[in-house]
Design a protein around this ligand. Sequence first.
Ligand code: CMC
Length: 442
Amino acid sequence: MTTETAQNQGGAGVTGGDTLTIVDNRTGKTYEVPIEDGTIRATELRKIRVDEDDFGIMTYDPAYMNTASCRSSVTYIDGDKGILEYRGYPIEQLAEKSTYLEVAYLLIHGRLPSRTELDEWTHLITTHTFVHENIKGFMQGFRYDAHPMGMLLASVGALSTFYPEANQIKDETLRMMQVVRLVAKMPTLAAFAYRHNKGMPYVYPDNDLSYAGNFLSMLYKVAELKYQPDPRLERALDVLFILHADHEQNCSTSAVRGVGSSQVDPYSAVTAGVAALYGPLHGGANEAVLRMLRRIGTQDNIPGFIEGVKAGNERLMGFGHRVYKNFDPRAKIIKKAVDDVFEVTGKNPLLHIATELEKIALEDDYFVSRKLYPNVDFYSGLIYEALGMPVEMFPVLFAIGRTSGWIAQWLEMIDDSEQKIARPRQIYTGGRGIDYVPIEQR
Ligand code: CMC
């Protein structure tokens, strides 16, 4: 609780204990605000008022540069040290030793499963991979060249119409049913979107295969009786899903939480996440990286391109991060996966351009001084391309991996008694009380 005194201490600062003393120089009043976990509650500032009619002080924080919107135990990031942990487990260990479905369990349930729990979870997910036949008809309605992310967006939203009970979000059993369906059906929807683009018949899930293996089968199976994914490519895809599974309060997760805070069903909330991920500054970045590398074309064009970036004409896509200001730990893991995949598929000539671009940028003062390093998307696109995916599928792959994180965060929000409907304030800058002028007099 903020305590207020009339004494003017002539400035703001910590006066001892875990509190912040603020002096309002407009009134001379001093306020003591509790500091908890390195934060003060923004609503405490509302008590700082010039008079009874005053609304109180607000914080102005466009793009949430310095605002914690929730308490979360899902993902820990230390941007300066390049640390990423899911439920406390370092991403490096999970990428090396775990599988995507185990990581999904960890994120959603908050702990690693026992062998029996993992088997049950895997069985549950595997037996819910099929979608209602009407989804096929729905997909068929898209134009032949529709972007698969747009198709995914619409079809995830459409799932809420197939499972109307999903809006009973307080019912734990029903809630967990939708969680399973979302993790299970996302690859099926994604693969249907891909096949629609290709004008190829949709492939039903193969429940004998792993999560990633089944996805590859639904993408690439043609006339063979059984599709057998290359285990190295299957593993690389699984690792990419792990790396993308969660990233605390990023744009799409905040969208899921924001829309979910209205207590809408989880399909609609996750659709908001897919929409946010569609943007080139978020999940669309790996698609933008590949387009950028293709445009650069040859190593000779790199210096000219870098000059253009420094002149502010465009951004070096796949570089920079709001949180990581040293290195992105996911980028390091992906770089290794690139080598593994290219061992199977042969080298992509764009890899040379990417490596050279990275080398030049890491030595250039423009990038060094702004702490711009390769992020997860700089190399992931090259792997996806090596796996045979067109660039339009890249954000779709990101969305498959991120689904478990969105759900974990959504579940956490539902159970958080401090959360209410998300509703920021604004600083109004427009006119007031202006009389309406009939159109002929304007
Ligand atoms: N290329 C060139 N300059 C850049 C870049 C870049 N990729 N990123 C940031 N800058 C510059 C920016 O112009 C600014 O310079 P100045 O101070 O002179 O105006 C400075 O660095 C700070 O940039 P910012 O826009 O304030 O940083 P931000 O934290 O708002 O943006 C970002 C973070 C990821 C949106 C941005 O770095 C970016 O646009 N990167 C390229 C897109 C990209 O790779 N996105 C994937 C992010 S990781 C996966 C995900 O989250 O989806």
